[in-house]
Design a protein around this ligand. Structure first.
Ligand code: NDP
Length: 297
């Protein structure tokens, strides 16, 4: 089996390089691609030609325009990478009779209420990033190709920058830290997403009726304030330099941003757990592992 992985150096892409490797021949590209293979999703013609040349059995697209605030003004590029590139990939995957895996986001929802969102709930994005990701989902669904779309949230990885690392840095510099407490979701490790992708893909290849949209996040829930508090308590308990004396819960309105964020980012994961016989660990399990790795404990 030939698997084409796009966005190999992002948080999720990096972990997919590991989890997909045992499934078959893996051709992994970043934006720069390889000598004769374009990896740039913004060049739609080159993208189409590259997929035709590789002729994979599965395309896993972990590349995306992920700068949520920048997307509000850079709409053309966000749309091209998150929506139109998805359409091109889906068209080519459909004509190859292959499978397509795409990652999408809790930001397709408007964040009202406090019930976890189900896959069947109405999407209504509050920001352009969410809209461009939803347009990408819809293009894939409309193409008639076989697909797995995993909507996830609050992704972190030991590699690269993330919210937890920012909190560790600020906690070492400041006595008081204000953190948003009215947005609730589930911090989800890129490693978990990559492992579930490999497991789900293996099963879907044998049972094509499993194609569909799935919510994929760690179990439990937290606000950014609770997440930050957990990270700082861990650092303090493990002898890290923590100056901060008070972590203060504040509303989202204290941090105005170009893009509005949903308050309720809870995702219901029953469908993925039942369809693929999976268990999803509590968010603290993965965050603890990441902190131990980052802090070398
Ligand atoms: P990252 O931002 O870590 O990685 C995105 C990757 O896409 C980067 O490697 C980036 O490359 C690449 N990329 C951007 N533009 C292009 C382009 N024009 N051509 C080729 N590659 C490009 O994202 P994550 O790993 O966190 O996200 C993976 C998926 O999960 C995405 O679909 C995202 O929308 C989704 N998601 C992420 C969430 C999060 O909290 N991060 C939450 C919910 C969903 P480069 O480094 O060169 O820019």
């Amino acid at each position: 089996m030939k698997i084409l992985l796009l966005g190999k150096n992002g948080q999720v892409g990096w972990e997919l390089q590991r989890s997909l490797a045992p499934l078959g021949e893996l051709i992994a590209l970043d934006r720069l691609g390889q000598v004769d293979l374009s990896g740039d999703l913004s060049d739609l013609q080159a993208l189409r030609a590259m997929i035709r040349q590789v002729a994979p059995d599965v395309v896993v697209n972990a590349a995306a325009y992920t700068s949520v605030d920048k997307a509000e003004s850079d709409t053309e590029m966000a749309d091209r990478i998150n929506a139109r590139a998805s359409q091109v990939i889906a068209e080519e995957v459909e004509s190859l009779g292959a499978w397509l895996v795409l990652y999408s986001t809790d930001y397709v929802f408007n964040g009202q209420g406090d019930a976890p969102w189900r896959e069947t709930d109405q999407a209504a994005p509050l920001n352009y990033y969410g809209l461009s990701k939803l347009n990408g989902e819809n293009a894939i669904i409309a193409s008639g190709c076989r697909y797995l779309i995993f909507r996830t949230s609050w992704v972190y990885a030991a590699r690269g920058n993330n919210f937890a690392k920012t909190m560790l840095r600020l906690a070492a510099e400041r006595e008081t830290l204000n953190v948003v407490a009215d947005q609730v979701g589930a911090p989800t490790g890129a490693d978990l997403i990559a492992d579930v992708t490999a497991l789900a893909l293996q099963k879907a290849l044998r049972q094509p009726e499993l194609a569909g949209v799935y919510h994929l996040v760690a179990a439990g829930q937290a606000s950014w304030y609770q997440y930050a508090s957990y990270v700082i308590d861990f650092a303090r308990a493990h002898g890290e330099g923590v100056l901060v004396k008070s972590v203060v819960p504040v509303p989202s309105t204290s941090f105005p941003t170009p893009a509005r964020r949903p308050l309720n980012s809870r995702l219901d994961t029953r469908k993925i757990r039942e369809s693929f016989s999976l268990s999803l660990p509590e968010w603290e399990v993965g965050v603890t592992r990441m902190l131990m790795e980052v802090l070398n404990k």
